[in-house]
Design a protein. Sequence first.
Lengths: 369, 619, 254
Amino acid sequence: MFFARVNTRIVQLASMLVLLFVSTMACYPEHNQSTFDPHGPVASRQLDIFIWILIGGTIVTVLVLGALLYATFKYRRKDENEIPKQVHGNLKLEILWTVIPAIVVLGFSVASINTLFYAADTPDSTENPLTLEAIGHQWWFEFRYPHPNDASKEIVTANEVYIPIGEPVRINLESVDVIHSFWVPKLAGKVDMVPSEGNYMWFQADGPGEFFGQCAEYCGSSHSNMNFKVVAVSRPDFDAWLMRQASTVIESSDPLASEGAATFKSAGCSGCHALKTIVNTGSKGRVGPNLAHVGSRRHLAAGMMDNSNENGTVNDAYLQENLRQWLIDPESIKPGNIMSAQAAVYVDPNKSLTEKQISALVAYLTSLK
Amino acid sequence: MSTFPLAIPRPVHPTGLWNWLTTIDHKKIGILYGVTAFIMFITGGIEATLMRIQLAGPEQDIVSAGTYNQLFTMHGTTMIFLAIMPMGAAFFNFVIPLQIGARDVAFPRLNAFSYWTFLAGALMLKFSWIGGATDAGWFGYAPLTSIDQNPGTGIDFWIISLQVLGIASLAASFNFIVTIINMRAPGMTMMRLPLFTWMTFITAILLVLAFPVITVALIELTFDRYFAFNFFNVAKGGSVVLWQHLFWVFGHPEVYILILPAMGIVSEVLPTFSRKPLFGYATVVLAGAIIAFMGWMVWSHHMFTVGLGPVANAVFTVTTMLIAVPTGIKVFNWIGTIWGGSLKLNTPMLFSLGFIAMFLLGGVSGVMHAVSASDAQQQDTYFIPAHIHYVLFGGAIMALMSGIYYWFPKFSGKMFDEKMGKIHFWLMIVGQNITFFPMHFVGMDGMPRRIYTYVEGMGWDMWNGVATFGVFILIAGFLVFIYNMVISWKNGDKAPSDPWDGRTLEWSIPSPPPEYNFKEIPVVRSLDDWWATKQGSPHKEVPVSGGSGEEDGHDIHLPQPSYWPFVVAIGILIGGYGVVFNQLIVPWALASIGTFIGFVGVYAWSLEPVNDPDENQGH
Amino acid sequence: MSQEQISTNHGDHEDTATGLNHRKMLMWAFLGSDCMFFGSLIATYLVYKGKSLVGPMPMDVFDIPVTSVSTFVLLMSSMSMVLAYAALKRRNIKAFRIWMVSTAIMGATFVGFQVYEFSSFANYHVHFECSEIAQDIDQEKLVKPAHEDLYQKQCLNPDGSVDSAHHVDEKVALKPQTNLFGTTFYTLTGFHGAHVTLGIVWLLSLFFLSFKKGVITPEKHLDVDLAALYWHFVDVVWIVIFTVVYLFGVFPGF
C-alpha cells in the first residue's frame, strides 16, 4: 500500500518548508491592509480558520503533488514495447479516498461554523453595543453615530470612523446607490453594503491604531478610490472626538477663511456638502461628504490623499496642498466622481473656480477643525 | 435540385468559402469553433495583458479607470464564453462522433447553426468595444447595471451577446445529448463510452438546465433597463440580491461546465500515454455526475459577504466543502492511472500532468474560500482571481492545450513539432505560476479585486510587478504554440491513423478522417475497444446501410450541406443589433427585420429534408 | 445505419441506439430547458410575492371565475390536440384538420382572454361608497387591499369617523412598472402567452401544410407528435402558473 511507503517525516519536512516559504514570501503583517495582522477578535478568529486550512491544504498539496511527481519520474517509459499491467481500479482504495477526504472536509467546515456565528453579530454578552451606521456612496463612506444625549438625533461624518478601544462596535450597513463593501482587514472580514438589505457586522479593536479600510465590492468608476480609516482611541478620547464632531462649526476670524465661507455658499458647495453635523435619525443623507470638521481629517477624498504626519496628527500644509489639488481637478483624483460630473463650477467653463476662490476655500476648509 | 419551400437550390460547394459557410460536417464545424475560440482567447489575453501592465506598479496611468473597468469585464466575459466554452465545443464537435462510432451528430444543421450563432454573439460582444464596452464586471451585479447607473449601450451589448451565445450553447447541448444517447455504435453501452464523451454528456445536461436561469436573469435586467420594470428596483421593493441568486445558480454550474470537458480530456490523455486504462472508470464517471449534481447546491458561496446570514452561509460552507470530495476522487484516480504505467512524457501528456498539479493548487485555494468564516477576508480580493486562474488557466486551458496536441494529428493529418510543444509547456507552466501565484499573496495582503490602480505604500508593488512579468512568459509560450500549429499543419510529417497507440475508436480511422468517418460502423465489445482490438480481440464490422459491403464508402449516405443555419444566425445577429439599437430609424425596425429573417430561415430549414432525395450523395 | 434520415421511415422502430427518435429526444431536452426557464420566472414571482410596496395586489385584480374559464379552454385544447394526433394515425386527415384548427382556435381564445385580462388590469378602477366598505369592515368581511388602502386615505375624517356619503372612484392601474406584482406577473404570464402564440403558429402551419400533398402523412406522424408534446408542455406550465399565481394569490395566508 502506498501509505506504508510514505515517510511521514518527509511529508512533515516538506510541508514545513512550503509553509515557511509561503509565510516569508507572503505574509507582511506590517502592510496596511494585511489580513495577517489582526487587531481584534473577529479578524483574529477568521485568521485562525485560514491558518488551519492552510496547514491542511499544504499537507494535502505536498502529499498529492509528491505522489504525482514521484509517479511521473518512477514510471517513465523505459522500453518502447512495454505494456504495463492493465489495472482497472481498486474499489477499496477508491472508497478510502472518498471517505477520508469527506470526513476531513466535513470536520473543517463544521469546526468553522462557530467562528461564522461569532463574526455575525456582537457577542450575546454585550449590552448596548455602540452601533453606528455606515452608508456607502459612490465613492465615499458616510458614517453616522447616535447622539449620546439625544436618541432622536445622529451625528454625521465621513470617511473616518473613530471607535473606542476594547468595546464591540456594531455597524449597520447601507448604500444609497450600488453595492459597496465595508472592509477593514485588520479588524474583520468584509460584509457588503447592499441597498435596502439591512446588513450589519461588528468588530472590536483591542488596542489603539489607525486601521485601513477599503471598499471591496466593485461599484463603478472609482471603486479603486474608495478608502476609509478606522481610528481606535481610548474611551475618553472617543467621547471627546464625538462631541467635537457634533459641535457646530466655529467660523474663523481669518479674512481669507471668511471669504472662503462665502464662496462655499456662492459656488454651490453647500448644495451637496453639509456643514450641519446633527441630523434626525434615519434622515436622508447628502450627496457629498459632510465637511464640518474636514480640517481634522487625516485623509481626503475617501482615503486617497494623506494629510497626516508620521504620528497621525493633521499637517496643515499637506491638508492645504491636498485640498487645493482636489479643488483644481477632482476628476484626476477620482475619475467619474459626482462633483466633477455635476457641480456647476466644473461643468460650466464660465463658472470655474478662480485661483482666488480656491485659495479662499482652502483656507476656509482648513479652518474647519 | 430544389429545396422544397423556397425553390432555392441546395448548396453544392466542394471547396472554398461557401463550403465552409454551408458545411454541416462536424469535423469542419469543430475546426471553425477551435480557430474562432483561439482568436477570441487572444483578444481576451490582450485585454488581460493591458490590465497587468496597468497594475504592474502603483498609481499608473497607462489606461484610464473607465478603460480598465471595461477591460476586466470584457476579459472575464471573453475568456469564459468566447474562449473556454467554444474551445470545449470544438472538441465535442470533432471528437465525439468519432469516439462513439458515428458518422456525424444527430442534427448536423443544428450543429452548424450553433457555430454561426456563437460567432454572431462573439462578434456582437467584441465589437461592443466601439462606443464603450460593458464595464460592470462579467457578473454584472445589479444595480450597477441599471439604466441609471449605466445608460450606454455597453451593458445592452453584453446582455444581448450572452443571450445569443446562450442560444448557441443550448442548441449544441441538445444536439450532443441526443447524439451521445442515440448514435452510439452497436455494443457501445453507456459504461463503455470514452470518458471525454461521458464528461461532455454531463456538461451538456448541465448547460441545458443552467443556461435558462441566466436567460431569465438577463431578460429581467433587460426589462428593467428598457421598460422600467422593477425586478432589481430597490425603490419599489425589489432586491438586488435576486440578481446574484439567479446569476450564480447559473454561474456555479457554469464553472463545472468549463472544467468537466477539460477533465474528460485529461482522462483520455493519461491512459493513452500510460498504456494503462483509466483507474476506476466507473468511479470517475460517477464523480463527474456527482460534481454536476452537487454543483446545484453551492451557488451562494459566491455570495458569502452579501448578508445572507450565518445559517445560510454555514449550509453553503458545508455543501461547498463536500464538493471537494468527488473532485479529489478524480485527482486520485488520475494518479492511480499513471501509477505503475509506462509513461511517455510527450507534450500532450505533460500538459495533462501539469493540469493535475495546477488544478490541485486551485482546488486547495478553493477549499480555503469554501469556508465562509475565512472567506470574509478573501472574498473580492486577489486571492479569488488566484484561485480562478489556477483552475481555469492552469486547469481548463492546460487541459485544452493537452487536447489540442493529442488530437492534432487526427484533425490535421500532420504531426506537430514535439520539441516546440515541450518548450510551450514549460513556458506555460512557469509563466502560469509566476503570474498567478503572487496573487494569493497580495490578496491576503488586502488588495481588493477590480481596482484599476492602487496607491503607493500599500506594499503590493513587488508582487504585482512579478505577476506582470509572468504574463510575458505566457505570451512567449503562446507565440511558440501558434508557430508550431501553423508550421506543423503546413509542413509537418504525415500522421498515421494511430500515432499514440490509442485506446478509443477515433484512432482506428485515418488522420484526418474521411468525410464519412467510418467505412464500416464498428461493433463495440468493451471499454477501450480499439485497444482491445489491437491486443487481439478483433471486433466484427457491421455493414453500413445500403447493404453491399462497400470498399471505399461510395454508398454511404451523409447529411447534406444547407444555407439555412447560416441564414437563421444572420437573422439573430441582425435582430440582436436591432434590440440594442431599437430606436434606429423606425422603432424596433431592425429587430423586426432580424426576426423575420430568422423565421424565414427556420421555416425553410424545417421543411428542407435532411437529404435531398434526388441528389447524388456521398463524398 | 441510417444516421442521416431521422424521420420515421421504419415504422415505429428507430434505427438509433435506444430505439427512440432523435427529434423526439431533442424536444424532451428542449422542454427540460424550458422547465428551468419557467421555473426561474416562477421563482422570481414567488420571491417577490407579498413584497410590493404599493398596490394593486393579486386579490384586487384577479377574476378567478374568468381565468378558470380560460384555463378550462386551454385544457380542452390539449384534448383536441390528442384527438388530432389520433385522427392522423387513423388516416383520417379530415378529422385531423378539424381537430388541429380547434386546438389552434382554443389556444387563440386563451390568448384572447389573456389580452383582455392584461388590459383590464391596466385599466383597473376602484369605485365604491365609503359606507359599503365601512359596513364590510364592521361585519369583518374580507376587504380587498386596494379598497382598504383608498378607504383609509379618502373615507376617514380627521376625527376618525367615516365620511359615509363619499364615493371613491380611482384608477389604480396595474402595469409592469407599477409594483413588483405587476413586473413579475406580466413577465411570467406574458412569456407563457408568447409560448402559446408560437404554438398556435406551429399548429396552423401544420394545418395548412396538410393540404399540400405528402407533407403531413400518417407515416410522418412524428411531426405532429412533436407539436403535441410542446403544446401539452405549455398547458402543464399554465396549470402551475394558475395554481401558484392565481389560486395562491387570492387565498389569504399563501
